[in-house]
Design a binder for this molecule. Structure first.
Ligand code: AMP
Length: 495
């Protein structure tokens, strides 16, 4: 089940979360609750927009399976709950020190308390929140981790009006003129982003660029313009690879917030697609041609397997393997021009020891699939893989690279071929390996079945990212496909 917590007065921003929840889960549940605990005494609780009929209608239209719309009495056991009368969840102090924290005392405690209750009640597989409220999202990710709450916290992109104004339930407070003035927040963020792209790394200069734009409209009263680490929310003086630039301003009686992520890193290429489309060969060659690292997840699984065999750990023992994998510090580099490593897609070190060749032993080959199937191993290695996303400069292939592992990838390719074509390729491969011949229609059936399984599996299902480019490789040689991807890279990224 996917959960989308909201305060109602639903708009396209909420609907984008709902759509994602529907896509990624068997059931989608929306909660609508204007949480009194997260409003300060001077804030807009009494006049917060309330449109239950319309919200229910939108949920129904959007294919939501269930809506949870409690009253404060149902949710907290009290019509007007006081923070002092209930058990509260307190986020880390450091995460409250910046951005909205100092200006909205008690707000995030109210949010974390309500979301803790929601996650405990619903126990969803995933819960969806918008980057619109980026401080909230960072705090909730920490909350779920620190308290081992059920469900993965998933962040979703900000939905904006054509003017750039981020959609918000509070936008109904704005007059037509104010709505136009409000777009200055986004323009300010974009001006700073332009400076950043031009090489500016000092946060004071980026903040000044936003303030300059905001100053164009006397109606806007900025509350803060700050740059923080998007995960820890600690203030930054300069951006090395990643920073979040966030702004809050008052316009009339309305308080607006917005933010943008500033990232300085090399590009990421994500190649997904069904089995038998030639992903790994293509990805290796693309990486080599572009001088990027082929992020070889297979080698990572092999390294863990090698360590298990080396230490005499039973690969079937999931608990022992889960402990072992915590001990694995893996490091990959491109094989480069060294002829000794030309046969390997990348070189790999395990806790400082190079294991590039060791992990290709028949013993490892025989056991690696047992290790790779274990959820803890996948989860831990996924985190290590995502670390490479911070600096970028990688090519990775799989089923969910563009959707889950690197949703931020600059170039996403969905590599596929018709079932008939893949069956023919498989038949050729079998013949080349001198295996006994298999009927084409039998191969087609097996491939069809595998596609269905891969697309409907619970963990890491095969899915084309919305922003992926589909490449159908029927009738194309490997070299042809590689050429095409390299050309796309040059056209879209190296401009
Ligand atoms: P709210 O009803 O304002 O509490 O918002 C419910 C969820 O929708 C939160 O996770 C918000 O971050 C998210 N959300 C609100 N506005 C937007 C938007 N414009 N784009 C994406 N997500 C949004």
């Amino acid at each position: 089940m996917g959960l989308v917590p909201t305060m109602g007065s639903l708009h396209q921003g909420h609907l984008s979360l709902i759509e994602r929840a529907r896509r990624e889960n068997a059931l989608a549940l929306v909660s609508i609750f204007v949480n009194p605990l997260q409003f300060g005494p001077q804030e807009d609780l009494a006049r917060y927009p309330h449109t239950p009929e319309q919200d229910l209608h939108l949920c129904q239209q959007a294919g939501v399976d269930a809506v949870f719309m409690p009253t404060p009495e149902v949710f907290y056991g009290h019509r007007a709950p006081l923070a002092t009368d209930i058990t509260q969840v307190i986020p880390p102090r450091g995460m409250l020190a910046a951005l909205c924290g100092p200006h909205r005392p008690g707000h995030f405690e109210g949010v974390t308390t309500a979301v803790t209750k929601l996650l405990s009640l619903v126990a969803p597989s995933r819960a969806y929140f918008g980057y619109k409220d980026a401080q909230q999202l960072a705090i909730l990710k920490r909350l779920a981790k620190d308290l081992n709450l059920p469900g993965k916290i998933v962040g979703c992109p900000i939905v904006r009006e054509a003017s750039g104004l981020a959609l918000s339930s509070r936008n109904v407070y704005l007059s037509a003129t104010e709505r136009q003035q409000a777009a200055a927040l986004y323009r300010g963020l974009m001006a700073a982003q332009d400076h950043f792209k031009a090489g500016e790394r000092h946060c004071s200069a980026l903040v000044a660029a936003v303030r300059q734009e905001l100053a164009q409209s006397s109606a806007l009263r900025p509350q803060y313009v700050e740059v923080v680490n998007p995960e820890t929310l600690l203030p930054l003086d300069s951006i090395e690879t990643l920073g979040m630039l966030a702004v809050a301003a008052h316009l009339g009686d309305t308080r607006l917030i917005d933010n943008v992520l500033l990232r300085d890193r090399q590009p990421i290429v994500a190649i997904d697609g069904p089995a038998g489309a030639g992903k790994s060969t293509v990805a290796r060659q693309v990486a080599q041609r572009l001088g990027l690292l082929y992020l070889d997840s297979g080698a990572m699984y092999r390294a863990v397997t090698w360590l298990a065999l080396d230490r005499g750990v039973d690969v079937q023992d999931e608990v022992a393997i889960a402990e072992l994998v915590q001990d694995c510090d893996l490091h990959l580099t491109a094989s480069g021009d060294d002829p000794a490593f030309a046969a390997y897609p990348s070189r790999i070190w395990l806790n400082g020891q190079e294991v590039t060749q060791l992990i290709r032993s028949p013993g490892v080959t025989a056991q690696v699939s047992v290790v790779a199937a274990q959820p803890t191993v996948r989860e831990t290695l996924l985190q290590q893989q995502q670390q490479y996303g911070v600096t970028g400069g990688v090519v990775m292939e799989g089923r969910d690279i563009g959707t889950e592992v690197f949703p931020q990838a600059e170039l996403k390719i969905f590599l596929t071929a018709s079932v008939a074509e893949r069956a023919r390729r498989r038949q050729r491969d079998l013949a080349a390996q001198q295996q006994s011949p298999v009927d084409l229609s039998e191969l087609e059936q097996a491939i069809d079945e595998r596609d269905r399984k891969d697309s409907s599996r619970r963990v890491a299902p095969l899915r084309q990212a919305d922003d992926a480019i589909k490449l159908i490789t029927d009738g194309l040689s490997i070299e042809g496909v590689v050429e095409e991807i390299v050309a796309l890279y040059r056209e879209r990224i190296e401009r």
